[in-house]
Write a protein of this length. Sequence first.
Length: 403
Amino acid sequence: MGARRGAQQYLAVHSLASIKSAARDRSPISGLTHCFYRYPARFSPNFVASAIEAFSSPCDAVLDPYMGGGTAIVEAIARGRQAVGCDVNSLAVFVARVKTTPLAYSEQVAVRRWTETTSQLMYHTNREEAAELICEDRTRNLGLPRARPAKKLLAQAMLALRDLPGERPRAFARCVLLNVAQWALNNRKNSPSLSEIRAKVTTTTEDMLSGLEAFSRQCARPEVDGLCPVLIHGSAEFLPSIEPFATGRKARLVLTSPPYPGIHILYHRWQIDGRRETPAPYWIADCLDSKGSSFYNFADRRKIDCDDYFVESLRTLESIRSVVTDDAWMVQLIAFSNPRNQLRRYLRNMELAGFREVRTARVGDRQQRFRRIWRGVPGRAWYANLKGQTTSSREVVLIHRAA
């Protein structure tokens, strides 16, 4: 087996070309259920699809240990792979589950009826009853003048969730509100009007139902039918003790975008009205959030040396190595606040965890060394773009294989 692994420490040139092209593709994210929620630092579906096709085969287990919004999970299932996703953020698990849970026709009808009811409730409703849904801790800073009307509309829309028949349509409807509220509040320079928000609920519901129907059609194919994602709320450090890995299943491909060392990303907050933070996403999704930003970023942003980050990173990477096959691939997209120093440290972590970087492509009978693939970060927030091209505005594709 060791000789076999050693002979395969290179990429096919067509796989390298596909990965490079997909990584640098700046097309807007679209297709299937990918537009349900704009999770920070999310993958491009084109990049994910290329990696899955290049490094795995149908029925292989594909693992995303820091899954975020679940792009890799959606694409893995759509391509007939067993998808396993893990994240410490309950909001990420919620979004990934809604993205991969088809609705029956009767449930779709009920969701459309909820949309119509919601539009009426947004004009006239029992305000005292809606006020009972508002928890001040979970809606912090939504009382600001710019956000207050949206806060009331959301509470009114959430009132009607109780009329939906079951947890699946209720979760889908919550995700609709999450999508609309993010559009209306997060990082906005100008607030939409109430009539625009009402209209957005209707159009978003239809767009999301259309995307879910497309995903359901993919799942109805014989080679995909019966594949259900395994979604884990917790740290990748504990993967070896969690199904399906606890009983011996191994992943053939790890496809992920880990937290970025030294770069502060708000995975758990929205920014409104002058970048004031609110935990409102957890209120809307009915998820728990009891952690600070350092929990989701592996380290406190105030610690410049990032030592805590690399300690936590190594701990999770070692667990990841223990749940993959001996010839598994690991493909990552990551950025650094100080690439010269941090890339070296991260690659060292990968070596210590048991992964070897692949920098050679097979061209006919020859092997040719290639440069790492770098790209500009797409879809940056408007305030980040004001800073121009910083070191953290570039991501690199790292391709490793189990050593």
